[in-house]
Every structure is written in structure tokens, then in C-alpha cells.
Design a protein around this ligand. Structure first.
Ligand SMILES: *[C@@H]1O[C@H](CO)[C@@H](O)[C@H](O)[C@H]1NC(C)=O
Length: 342
């Protein structure tokens, strides 16, 4: 046992000072204490980061060939359903028969309803936990239903499968825009509207989109609303769970149009995909990171300590610098003699 220890000592590359020859100082112990404190703090922060993971935002070219997706709509217009048309058209010139899929339901709304909702919202990128906790998928069960078409307001809702191409969804009045046998009475034209849901892709009713919950009011019957949406596919991921959504930015302008008043929502898809993924270090990576940080901290601390000692010696002199040291000599020793001997 003793012989192996001796053998190991031979290989010891670090020169050691016997403990009896070292001199402790108050400054030294303070700085050791501060270093320990700092180290515990850093470890604490790192462990917290390791447990929580970190959010990685990335943009990339959307490499998945996506052909069709759903356009989810839930919108209320201050006009009777019986005079409204809803259509989708895109650059492939497909005219979707949105009317056959969408549901039209007449509703009687108090005037206060139109004063409740706010009109402007900014584009938001909801955060990952918000999205995941609200990612309850749903479907509009009804298709192509018609109810109470005479009532003063109309709720139009449903999911229309569309091409992933530039296109537009529009709501117009009969006799204005498309040729129809009946023409909407002038005094009933009113494109005041409330958008409850307007989203692309799978229908997650609880995830907020830029247009959700917005209202637009007009006192002019022949008023036209133009929306311009740029859609960005967005993928949220956490703990192996992935949600494929689409967010969009909105630009909007209004005109007082004589011939075809209505609501025109134009959309286009970006070739870029955004991924918001929560990442985690592996335990091994975490340990390596921790060791690197602690090692670096020790080196830094010892440099700093030596630097400080030098400064103290330079500004206050050697004697001042030694004041904090413990006396290791016996009572009878003459301290002055000791200073001189070193
Ligand atoms: C449309 O309806 C809203 C809400 O009832 C009302 O405030 C607005 O003045 C109406 N506009 C027209 C042109 O009648």
C-alpha cells in the first residue's frame, strides 16, 4: 500500500507544498468562499436549464410537398344569410364550391355585440406552451347547412380544403359581383363583420391567429374590406410531440366600392418554414458542460486572485498585503525578524 502510494507520488506532475509551509490569509479564504458561492450558483442555473430545456427557433426552406390544406373559417356578418355568397378562388383557377361546404346560420345579435370586440390586433407568434396546451383538434361537424336565412346577421363557418397556392376567399352580396337572379336590397348591404376564426391547416380552435376575435364596422353599405395574408408554416415541438400549424401576418385596407362591396381575404404561402422546438441536452453533454464551466471558473478565480494580490502589493506595499495572514510561528518568535528573513 505504502509503496504504491510512493510510486504514484513519483508521477505526480504538480509540485506540492507541504501543508505546514502554507500560509492562510483572510483575503484568500474570502475569495475561496466567493468562488464556491459562484460555483454553486452556476451549477444551480445549469441544472435548471437542463431540466427546462431550451427553445430553438429555426427557419428553413419548406421541403415537404404539401398539396392541400384546410381553410378554417368562422365569421359573422351583419347581413341576412340569404343575400350572401362565399367563394374561394386560387391561381389554378379552381373555383371551390365553398358554398356547398360552409354552413350559413342566421343569428339575431344585440347591437352591443358589435361594440364588444376590439378591432386591431398585432401579429403574434404564440409561445410553445401556449400552443401545446391549446392544441385540441376539432372539426366542424356540420357541412353545407342552412338555418334561419332571414335573420339580420349571418354566421358563416366550416373548413374548406384548398390548394397550397395563392388564392382568395371572399364574401359578396347577391347581385353584386356574381350574377344572381336576386339582387340584395341596397339598404341591407352591410359588411360589418366579426372574425371568430380564420386559420390554415388543422383546425385548433384554441390557438390564437392574427385575425381571431377582430371586428370591423362600417356605416357605408357599399364598403369593401381587403385583407392580405402571408402564411408561414410553423411547427411546434416538445418532448416528441409535434404540431403542424400555420401562422400569418395581415395587412388590411378598406375602400368604398360602388360595384362589388364585400370582404376579400387574399392569402399566399411562404416557401419558408418556422420551427419552434424545445431541445434538451443529453446527460453526457450536460456533465461535460458542467465540468467545463467549473474548471473555467477555478482558473479564472485563481488568476483574479493573483492579479488582485499584485495590485494590493503595488499600491499599498508588501507589508500591508501580509497583514491578513495567520501567524504560524510560535509566541516567542520575533515577528520583525521573520519578515527580514524572507
Ligand atoms: C351595420 O351594422 C352595424 C351593427 O349593427 C351598424 O353599427 C352599422 O351602422 C351598420 N352599417 C350600415 C351601413 O347599415
Amino acid at each position: 500500500m505504502e509503496s504504491t502510494r510512493k510510486a504514484i507520488r513519483v508521477f505526480d506532475a504538480f509540485p506540492k507544498v507541504p501543508p505546514s509551509d502554507t500560509v492562510g490569509s483572510y483575503r484568500g479564504s474570502y475569495s475561496t468562499f466567493v468562488t464556491y458561492f459562484f460555483m454553486v450558483f452556476l451549477i444551480w442555473v445549469q441544472i435548471g436549464g437542463y431540466i427546462d430545456g431550451y427553445i430553438d427557433h429555426q427557419y428553413s426552406v419548406d421541403e415537404i410537398v404539401r398539396n392541400t390544406l384546410d381553410l378554417n373559417i368562422d365569421i359573422v356578418i351583419a347581413m341576412p344569410c340569404k343575400y350572401l355568397d362565399a367563394n374561394v378562388r386560387d391561381v389554378s383557377e379552381d373555383l371551390y364550391l365553398a358554398e356547398e361546404i360552409l354552413n350559413f346560420e342566421g343569428v339575431n345579435l344585440p347591437n352591443a355585440f358589435w361594440n364588444m370586440a376590439k378591432s386591431k390586433k398585432s401579429t403574434i407568434t404564440p409561445d410553445i406552451d401556449n400552443v401545446l396546451s391549446n392544441s385540441l383538434e376539432a372539426d366542424f361537424v356540420a357541412k353545407g347547412q342552412r338555418h334561419n336565412l332571414e335573420l339580420p346577421s349571418c354566421r358563416i363557418f366550416g373548413s374548406i380544403p384548398i390548394n397550397r397556392l395563392e388564392g382568395d376567399f371572399h364574401i359578396t352580396a347577391e347581385g353584386y359581383g356574381y350574377r344572381r337572379p336576386q339582387v340584395t336590397p341596397e339598404e341591407l348591404l352591410n359588411f360589418t363583420h366579426f372574425i371568430n376564426e380564420f386559420s390554415f391547416g388543422k383546425f385548433y380552435p384554441y390557438i390564437e391567429n392574427s385575425l381571431d376575435g377582430t371586428v370591423q364596422k362600417t356605416s357605408n353599405g357599399r364598403h369593401t374590406y381587403h385583407y392580405n395574408l402571408k402564411v408561414v408554416p410553423t411547427i411546434y415541438g416538445k418532448l416528441g410531440h409535434e404540431i403542424d400549424t400555420n401562422q400569418y401576418s395581415v395587412r388590411m385596407y378598406e375602400t368604398d366600392n360602388k360595384y362589388s362591396p364585400g370582404i376579400f381575404i387574399q392569402y399566399d404561402f411562404d416557401p419558408i418554414k418556422m420551427s419552434i422546438i424545445e431541445q434538451r441536452l443529453s446527460f453526457f453533454q450536460f456533465v461535460i458542460k458542467l465540468v467545463t464551466i467549473i474548471g473555467g471558473l477555478w482558473v479564472m478565480a485563481s488568476w483574479l486572485y493573483r492579479f488582485m494580490e499584485k495590485i494590493i502589493i503595488l499600491t499599498f506595499g508588501k507589508e500591508f498585503a501580509r497583514r491578513g495572514e495567520e501567524k504560524k510561528s510560535g509566541l516567542l518568535d520575533d515577528p520583525i525578524e521573520e519578515y527580514e528573513s524572507i
